[in-house]
Design a protein around this ligand. Structure first.
Ligand SMILES: [Zn+2]
Length: 501
């Protein structure tokens, strides 16, 4: 099946690049705070993408992610807390990895912290200066002259004049040639920076006024944000690679600046398709009740907070089922609860099919096949949903349809039809990056159910009803079927009620 992916730069759906090993780079976190649901959305999606490319399409994928462990925000937090910037970065890098592990995000081949690539960063800045794209502002730093790069703005469709609105603190300087010029190397604060050479001869790194500083022929200083990504990707992938991903908020100025740096360096030729990145992928905004998630609005939800209420599977299912990856996603508790209910229905049917298969001696005489219900090939529809720009909500709607039909036709279905339905559901969940795990029913509950069966057998219905209520009170539901009682946890309903109170 031909897979097509929307490229944000050309605005067109493109076929996957043909290559021995697909090179995917996704902007990683700036480690100055705990990751929130907006980050989770992006990283869950790209985790799914890498797994899909590998498992479904059989491709070899090198998935690279940087870690921004030197940045103004880290320095500011360190100053506020009276700590070293390196300690802040270390603490939140660890927190980030813990969060990713909890979310089952494990598709990244290589994490590259910026501070481990300082020589590569310095080298890129030097080459850009040599080529005439970089210039020095004394006592400030080296900047990229966007007027020298004629394609500046092609990704975000902004002109160089419009570029000014999005500069961050590190990029602010009165000495800039153009307002949108951005910093590639920031000199360390202090009187005469080059005067430090004598004092710190032989030392490659120090902290000056609370700001980390690396020694280079550019002077003591630290890298800008955009240059770290291109230095890292050039080191691993060279001047051109297949897919660059990130949140849509990074499109400008961050990704625009990356294009300017790397294409200025490589002197790429359009007629030879030497563009920096073949496909640009951007995940949509994550809103909270229609507003941008922010600390000041009090609607900022960290991954950790979310996981106190819901499972990691619920988060993944919510991200992949509620919106297409490019569309904005409006988060609310109801959305999470809905995802939890839907996921619960899916797992319940798998368990029910397993229960019936286990408790059926001999064959089931009815012979309605899965295809027979609707005449539709669920698996084919699911796959074509994903092949069309990773439309996970469309694919998951097919999964819902199969579950709905599976429940409706349950008693009439043949063994083969049930197995086929179950295998389709499990296979689809695996494609989406889930590792389906069935809940374990405690022995205590199973014992109560067995007791209840005895009462039912001897027609002591008041006793059996009492036990049913007891079982329900302990959070489990019993469904009486011709093949015995089917048990399932009631956790979803409980949570639903709790959240509505
Ligand atoms: Zn980045």
């Amino acid at each position: 099946m031909a897979v097509k992916i929307f490229d944000s730069l050309s605005g067109e759906k493109k076929p996957l690049p043909r290559t021995k090993e697909l090179r995917l780079f996704v902007c990683g976190p700036t480690v100055y705070d705990c990751a929130h649901l907006g980050h989770a959305r992006t990283y869950i999606f790209f985790d799914f993408l890498a797994k899909y490319l590998r498992k479904e399409l059989g491709l070899k994928v090198f998935y690279l992610q940087n870690i921004t462990d030197i940045d103004d925000k880290i320095i500011a937090r360190a100053k506020k807390e009276g700590k070293k910037p390196a300690d802040i970065a270390k603490f939140y890098t660890k927190a980030y990895f813990e969060d990713m592990k909890k979310l089952g995000i494990d598709a990244v081949t290589k994490y590259a912290p910026a501070t481990k690539f300082i020589p590569q960063i310095i080298n890129q800045v030097q080459r850009l200066i040599k080529k005439g794209y970089g210039y020095e502002i004394p006592n400030d730093g080296y900047y990229f002259d966007i007027s020298k790069f004629k394609d500046y703005g092609k990704l975000s469709r902004r002109s160089a004049e419009q570029a000014e609105s999005a500069t961050s603190r590190i990029d602010e300087s009165v000495g800039k040639r153009n307002k949108g010029d951005f910093c590639m190397w920031k000199f360390s604060t202090g009187a005469d920076l080059r005067g430090l050479d004598a004092d710190l001869r032989g030392k490659k790194f120090t902290v000056i006024d609370g700001e980390p500083a690396w020694w280079s022929t550019l002077g003591w200083g630290r890298p800008g944000w955009h240059i770290e990504d291109t230095a890292i990707t050039e080191y691993f992938f060279g001047p051109q690679y297949d897919i660059h991903g990130g949140g849509v908020d990074l499109k400008f100025p961050h990704h625009e600046a990356e294009i300017a740096q790397q294409e200025a360096l490589s002197g790429k030729r359009y007629d030879r398709d030497e563009s920096f990145v073949k496909i640009w992928m951007h995940t949509g905004f994550l809103l909270a009740r229609g507003k941008k998630m922010s600390k000041s609005l009090g609607n900022f939800i960290t991954i950790r907070d979310f996981l106190k209420k819901h499972s990691a599977d619920v988060l993944r299912f919510m991200v992949l089922s509620s919106s297409h990856y490019r569309s904005p996603m409006d988060y609310s508790d109801v959305l999470a609860i809905q995802a939890e209910k839907n996921l619960n229905n899916i797992f319940r049917l798998i368990a029910k099919i397993n229960f019936r298969l286990k408790n059926t001696k001999g064959g089931i005489t009815n012979t309605i096949s899965v295809k027979g219900y609707t005449g539709q090939d669920y698996s084919g529809l699911f796959k074509s949903g994903l092949a069309d720009d990773l439309n996970t909500p469309a694919a998951i709607s097919i999964l819902f349809r199969a579950v709905e039909q599976g429940n409706k036709m349950f008693r009439l279905s043949s063994r083969e039809a049930l197995i086929k339905t179950r295998n389709f559901i499990i296979g689809s969940l695996k494609t989406l990056g889930f590792a389906p795990k069935m809940p374990v029913i405690p022995a205590k509950i199973r014992k109560l159910v067995a007791e209840r069966e005895k009462f039912r057998g001897s027609k002591q219905f008041s006793h059996s009803d009492r036990l049913r209520k007891k079982i329900e009170g302990l959070g489990y539901e019993v469904e009486d079927t011709p093949r015995g009682p089917f048990l399932w946890p009631k956790f979803s309903l409980k949570l639903w009620q709790k959240n509505r109170d």
